[in-house]
Ligand binder design. Structure first.
Ligand code: CA
Length: 232
C-alpha cells in the first residue's frame, strides 16, 4: 500500500498566515500548496486536485466567494473551508451558499483549524465506507450524500459536506428531535469545537435548499429546547 499524502491548498494573501498554516499542516503530514490570489487559487485547484481547500474571503482581485463559485463550477467534491475575519452571520451564510463546507473565523487557533480539517477527512473516510450513492428524499428535494448535490425541481444546489452530513444525522433519526450536541458529536467528532451557531447556519442552508418557505419550515423543524427534527 502506498501512502499518499493529502494535499491542502491554501488560498490566502496574508503571508504570515500562509507561513503559519504551511508549517502546522506540513508538521501534521500534509502536503501544502498555497496561492496568494483568487485567480491563482482557482487555477491551482483545477490543476492540483487538492484534497481540501482553505480559502480566505478577503483577497486581492476576485474575492473568496467568487473563488468558491468558480471552483464549484467543475468540482462539487473537494471540501472548502473558509478562513475569514468576517465573523458576521451574513458573510458566513454567503460563503456557505457559494459552496463552502465549513468556516473558521479569524483570529483562530491552529489547533482548532487542524481539528476541523482532521474531522473533515475522517468524515470523508466514513462516508466512503458507507454504501455508495445514498439518496435522501425530503419533500420535493433529493439529496445525494456522495456528491452533496440537492435536486429540488430544476434547481440543483451544492449542499457541501457538512450540511449533507447534518441532514444524514437527522435522517437516521427521522421524526425524533436531535440535539445540537448530538449533531456536533456525530458530524465533527470530539476534537473539533464549532459552536452551536455553526449548526444553526448549516440548518439555515438546508432550509433554504429544501423548504418552500425557509422562514416557516415544514420538514426541518426547530424543537424548542431540544434541537432539530426532520419530518416527512
Ligand atoms: Ca486576506
Amino acid at each position: 500500500m502506498t501512502l499518499n499524502k493529502q494535499t491542502i491548498l491554501i488560498i490566502e494573501d496574508e503571508a504570515d498566515i500562509v507561513l503559519g498554516l504551511t508549517d502546522a499542516f506540513t508538521f501534521e503530514g500534509y502536503n501544502v500548496e498555497s496561492a496568494s490570489t483568487g485567480e491563482i487559487g482557482v487555477k491551482m485547484a483545477e490543476e492540483l486536485f487538492p484534497d481540501l481547500i482553505i480559502l480566505d474571503l478577503m483577497l486581492p482581485g476576485i474575492n473568496g466567494y467568487q473563488v468558491c463559485k468558480e471552483i464549484r463550477k467543475n468540482d462539487n467534491g473537494t471540501p472548502i473551508l473558509i478562513l475569514s475575519a468576517r465573523s458576521q452571520e451574513n458573510d458566513i451564510i454567503r460563503g456557505l451558499e457559494a459552496g463552502a463546507d465549513d468556516y473558521v473565523t479569524k483570529p483562530f487557533s491552529i489547533g482548532e483549524l487542524l481539528a476541523r480539517v482532521r474531522a473533515i477527512f475522517r468524515r470523508l473516510m466514513t462516508a466512503k465506507d458507507r454504501s455508495s450513492s445514498k439518496i435522501i428524499t425530503v419533500g420535493t428535494c433529493q439529496i445525494n450524500l456522495d456528491t452533496y448535490a440537492a435536486i429540488n425541481g430544476d434547481i440543483t444546489t451544492d449542499l457541501g459536506f457538512y450540511a449533507s452530513a447534518i441532514l444524514q444525522v437527522l435522517d437516521e433519526r427521522r421524526g425524533e428531535p436531535v440535539s445540537r450536541d448530538e449533531i456536533l458529536d456525530a458530524v465533527w467528532g470530539l476534537d473539533a469545537n464549532p459552536t452551536n451557531r455553526t449548526i444553526d447556519n448549516f440548518i439555515l442552508k438546508l432550509r433554504r435548499t429544501i423548504e418552500k418557505n425557509p422562514a416557516h419550515p415544514k420538514y426541518i423543524l426547530t424543537v424548542y429546547g431540544q434541537g432539530y427534527k426532520l419530518i416527512d
